[in-house]
Design a binder for this molecule. Structure first.
Ligand code: ADP
Ligand code: MG
Length: 326
């Protein structure tokens, strides 16, 4: 985070360091292929930088939404991407362009698409538990980095976790910081409701949000990645909200067929109504589900591992080094 960050009352940071270009985007990039995705106010398209031939994802954000000027929200999104640029699991921001109506974020292209696709896929395409363990470590490493920097994402869901490649299964990239906030000074939560299925009980009750709010969403996310089912989704929005506030979760053998009990234990440490009781990202990274015990004789001093090495989980990851940006 920039030291001199300008903060508005609801935790937004709007001071950015990236130069906003006003020369035409199309002078420097060719749009190629079809849309990569879209959300409520954004369209994302694949493009090629003319000077380098490199592929990127251009996110076109409308500045006016429902008659309101949302330029500050977009600057906040840019500021968070800047703050997280040292972390390989957060999508990299390459350039920013502005026109009369839009701001265009030129992002690293995560060519494997949303993990959502594999969450709802048939058996042969769906994630194995081993896949989920590797991807969960990466998601948690990225989120732990954000949380150490006092940033909460507030919209973690399978549509906002992308892959560098789908087959073979690549590494994750966290995207969409449109709802993200600095933790220092959030007063207003009413306006930043995420997606119903993934929001924590405290959001529904207008109680304070914290880094634990993201941890609830990660619990839902891992549940969906392992089972293909959304734990709280009801037929109606009201039923979904009731399921969330009652923490009405199905942990039956049937739903978790072939999945380890450590995985269930992991999810249970996150889907707790009281935010203070939920595991933190750092605690999750140390959970036995993500750290299968080595053979008893190979690492006799494992329990004496220093706190410093726990601080930097990336150094202990050998099989999940991210690829360099495409
Ligand atoms: P919104 O704020 O409108 O939800 P997102 O940033 O989530 O916008 O982008 C919408 C969709 O576009 C994503 O769910 C994803 O499918 C696709 N997308 C976004 N960023 C990238 C990227 N860097 N590489 C590839 N696809 C992307
Ligand atoms: Mg999104």
């Amino acid at each position: 985070m920039p030291d001199s960050a300008t903060m508005s009352k609801n935790g937004m940071v709007t001071k950015i360091h990236t130069r906003i270009r006003t020369d035409p985007f199309t002078a420097n990039y060719d749009l190629v292929g079809k849309e990569l995705g879209r959300g409520k106010f954004a369209v994302v398209k694949k493009c090629i930088e003319k000077a380098t031939g490199k592929q990127y994802a251009a996110k076109f954000l409308r500045k006016r939404r429902k008659g309101a000027d949302c330029r500050m929200d977009i600057l906040n999104e840019i500021a968070v991407l800047e703050a997280a640029k040292a972390n390989p699991y957060v999508v990299a921001l390459h350039e920013v362009y502005e026109t009369h109506t839009e701001i265009i974020l030129v992002l690293e292209c995560a060519a494997g698409g949303e993990i959502f696709n594999q969450c709802v896929a048939d058996n042969d395409e769906a994630f194995t538990e081993k896949d989920v363990i590797r991807l969960a470590k990466q998601i948690l490493t990225g989120v732990a980095f954000l949380h150490r920097n006092n940033v909460v994402h507030l919209d973690l869901k399978p549509q906002n976790i992308l892959l560098t490649s789908a087959r073979p299964l690549g590494d994750i990239r966290i995207v969409d910081f449109g709802l993200s906030r600095r933790m220092d000074n959030i007063t207003e939560v009413r306006e930043i409701l995420g997606t119903p299925e993934y929001v924590a009980p405290e959001i529904l009750n207008y109680e304070p949000i914290s880094t634990a709010t993201d941890m609830w969403s990660i619990g839902v996310l891992i549940y969906v990645m392992l089972t293909g089912e959304s734990p709280f989704l009801g037929d109606e929005k009201q039923q979904t909200f009731l399921n969330i506030s009652q923490v009405n979760v199905d942990y039956s053998q049937d739903t978790f067929e072939g999945i380890s009990s450590l995985a269930i234990d992991f999810i249970k440490s996150l889907l707790l109504k009281n935010p203070r009781k939920r595991a933190t990202a750092e605690e999750c990274l140390n959970h036995p589900w993500l750290n299968p015990l080595p053979h008893p004789h190979s690492h006799p001093h494992l329990h004496t591992r220093s706190a410093a090495s726990l601080d930097e989980p990336e150094t202990s990851q050998s099989e999940s080094e991210p690829e360099s940006p495409a």
